[in-house]
Design a binder for this molecule. Structure first.
Ligand SMILES: O=C(O)[C@@H](CO)OP(=O)(O)O
Length: 183
């Protein structure tokens, strides 16, 4: 099928910033799953839990370029008016500063500008990232209001795939798909 497939993977289970043994196994499992696809490049966020997951995934993808990118990192995507959010999210975001909102919104929009683009040919981009970023791509693909990334919690090393084709809205191929983690 033609189009750009964007495969989003939340990093493996982590504790104290680094992957746990389970997290490393999860990363290996999703790496093995992606090995059958013609991945153009593996992009990952700069934090150690994403970078370590990406290193393990990359070991299953010989020849695939690996690129660290801030837009694939962990940040607060746009929430609209924070005061209008449900109480549970207002409380969760209570400590977020104006600067953090602005920085996160810029990165979130840059992430979509970079990856959420149709392709005339079959292309596969793999992004190792964080829960909020997966939720942000999901809410964009569904045309949901900006704050709807909140609460869409992908599991560690589960796979979310979105297909971008010319002249069509994005198609959600998979969300939080984890069959590769069942061992
Ligand atoms: O801190 C969190 O809850 C999420 C936010 O994206 O990050 P992570 O996927 O790193 O757990």
């Amino acid at each position: 099928m033609t189009g750009r497939f964007v495969h989003l993977v939340r990093h493996g289970e982590a504790a104290g910033g680094a992957l746990t043994e389970t997290g490393r196994r999860q990363a290996a499992a999703v790496g093995a799953r992606m090995a059958s696809l013609p991945i153009a490049a593996l992009h990952h966020g700069p934090l150690p839990r994403a970078a370590e997951t990406a290193r393990i995934v990359a070991s299953h993808l010989p020849g695939v370029p690996v690129r660290e990118s801030e837009v694939c990192g962990d940040y607060i995507p746009p929430v609209g008016d924070p005061a209008a959010l449900p109480r549970v999210f207002r409380d969760f975001l209570a400590e977020v500063t104006e600067e953090e909102y602005a920085h996160g919104a810029a990165l979130a929009r840059a992430a979509l500008a970079t990856f959420a683009r149709p392709s005339e040919t079959e292309t596969h981009d793999l992004i190792v990232t964080h829960a909020f970023t997966v939720g942000w791509f999901l809410r964009d693909a569904l045309g949901a209001p900006e704050p709807r990334w909140l609460g869409q919690n992908a599991s560690n090393c589960a796979l979310t795939t979105i297909l971008y084709r010319p002249g069509r809205p994005p198609a959600l191929v998979a969300f939080n798909e984890a069959s590769h983690l069942v061992i």
